[in-house]
Structures are given as structure tokens and as C-alpha cells.
Design a protein around this ligand. Structure first.
Ligand code: SF4
Ligand code: SF4
Length: 87
């Protein structure tokens, strides 16, 4: 018999959910395409109200404790504007 809590603690989904991360968005590279916003599974990226020097409204990270460091946002960003930190 397999205990439920054993399965729970060893599933990769739960390990990912327990990871902590944060991101940095290089505002001057961002073009406000919103792809990272659409793809972030935690929904913790949004558009800011401020424009960068190129006239784009840029993405902003909410500094939420919910970031898992999954790097989906950095992977999908066409401008390579996002760096991910895990810890
Ligand atoms: S690393 Fe993952 S959870 Fe964190 S902001 Fe990017 S997509 Fe969202
Ligand atoms: S995917 Fe990249 S360029 Fe697009 S809004 Fe997000 S940070 Fe900006």
C-alpha cells in the first residue's frame, strides 16, 4: 500500500510548488507584449503604468511569495528581458 502523503511529497508538481524564486525584468528591453503575463502559472506578473524610454508600457513582477522560479516567463520572453533567481 502506498501512503497518500508519500505520493504527495514525492510528486514533481509539489516539489515545484514548494520552490521559491523571484525574477528581475529589464525594463528597457521589455516591449510590453504580455506573453510572460499570459504564461506565468502563478499570475504574478502584470503591466505597469509606466513607460520605458522606448515608449513601451512594461511588465512588472509583484514580488509575490508565490513565485516558484519555474522560469516559464524567462523562457517565453522574446526580448530575453527576464532573469530568474531561485533560492
Ligand atoms: S519564474 Fe515562474 S512563477 Fe515566477 S514569475 Fe516567472 S513564470 Fe511566474
Ligand atoms: S514577455 Fe518580455 S517583452 Fe513581453 S511583456 Fe514580458 S518581459 Fe516584456
Amino acid at each position: 500500500m502506498v501512503r497518500k502523503d508519500y505520493v504527495y511529497k514525492n510528486s514533481w508538481q509539489v516539489r515545484l510548488a514548494e520552490m521559491k524564486g523571484k525574477i528581475s525584468i529589464a525594463r528597457e528591453f521589455c516591449k510590453g507584449c504580455e506573453i510572460c503575463i499570459s504564461f506565468c502559472p502563478q499570475k504574478i506578473i502584470s503591466l505597469s503604468s509606466a513607460m520605458n524610454s522606448n515608449g513601451y508600457v512594461t511588465a512588472v513582477f509583484s514580488n509575490s511569495d508565490d513565485c516558484t522560479g519555474c522560469a516559464v516567463c524567462a523562457t517565453v520572453c522574446p526580448e530575453a528581458a527576464i532573469e530568474v533567481y531561485r533560492g
